[in-house]
Design a protein around this ligand. Structure first.
Ligand SMILES: [Zn+2]
Length: 252
């Protein structure tokens, strides 16, 4: 079955007025030798676009499923061609994203692409080491409480430079203050069975995961607004790790 586009799927189920009007086209995994791909205009989909009613019918679990499926499409080259210019025009009327992704700064993790999402689908907050502070918490509260997103994903990744720097206890300008927020994850792993340095990928990954969990804990303890939403079941906060060599995201 051809991919019909992540949010076309939602639109088709919950809001038919925004159904797509074209047939999606798979982008070939290997481009032809002449390095050009000709696209028939009729094959470009007019992507369904989330609106307030469609967003209100999503649940935290349905959004999580959408992101899981989107990442599966991303890693299997099951991609669709979007009518971006059409989306730009629709997005100018308002935004009703399904999720907020709190991601590391790393240039190798293109967040919207990772979940095969487009304009208006996701809020993305980015900071090295995917840590949290008052400004990030305010952004998360805005995305969920004010704008209706159903899911917060704290997204770390393999081979994270910020995590490695925290392990190495780097001191440099304002980076020092940032790394201080990751350091607790390093300290909590003092019983890690193996070499505890930044050259050990297993230790780096363990610190990455612990840091994600610490960020989630910070969100829950320092944002009564988000904690209340989660306790009512209208919001879910999950961790996720991006694997550099495969593009796969593991949720936990
Ligand atoms: Zn990173």
């Amino acid at each position: 079955m051809k991919n019909i586009g992540l949010f076309n799927f939602i639109a088709g189920i919950v809001f038919l007025s925004y159904a797509c009007s074209g047939t999606p086209t798979k982008v070939p995994a290997t481009p032809p030798n002449d390095s050009s791909i000709s696209v028939n205009k009729n094959d470009v989909i007019n992507e369904g676009f989330l609106n307030k009613e469609a967003q209100s019918k999503l649940t935290p679990d349905s959004v999580l499923h959408i992101l899981e499926q989107g990442n599966l499409d991303y890693t299997s080259d099951n991609l669709v061609i979007r009518n971006t210019s059409e989306r730009i025009r629709k997005a100018s009327l308002g935004q009703y994203p399904a999720a907020v992704i709190l991601s590391c700064l790393d240039s190798r993790v293109p967040v919207e692409d990772v979940f095969h999402c487009g304009i208006g689908d996701l809020f993305v907050a980015r900071v090295a080491g995917n840590i949290s502070n008052e400004d990030i918490l305010g952004s998360l509260e805005y995305g969920c409480r004010v704008s209706g997103a159903k899911l917060i994903v704290v997204l770390g990744h393999e081979y994270c430079g910020a995590v490695k720097s925290a392990i190495d206890n780097v001191k440099l300008g304002n980076i020092t203050v940032l790394l201080d927020k990751i350091r607790p994850a390093v300290m909590q792993l003092d019983r890690f069975p193996g070499e505890k340095n930044s050259k050990n990928p297993a230790f780096v990954e363990a610190v990455c995961r612990r840091n994600i969990l610490n960020t989630i804990k910070t969100i829950r303890t320092r944002s009564p607004i988000l904690m209340e939403m989660e306790s009512k079941g209208v919001l879910k906060i999950v961790g996720a790790e991006y694997h550099m060599e495969t593009g796969r995201v593991d949720f936990f």
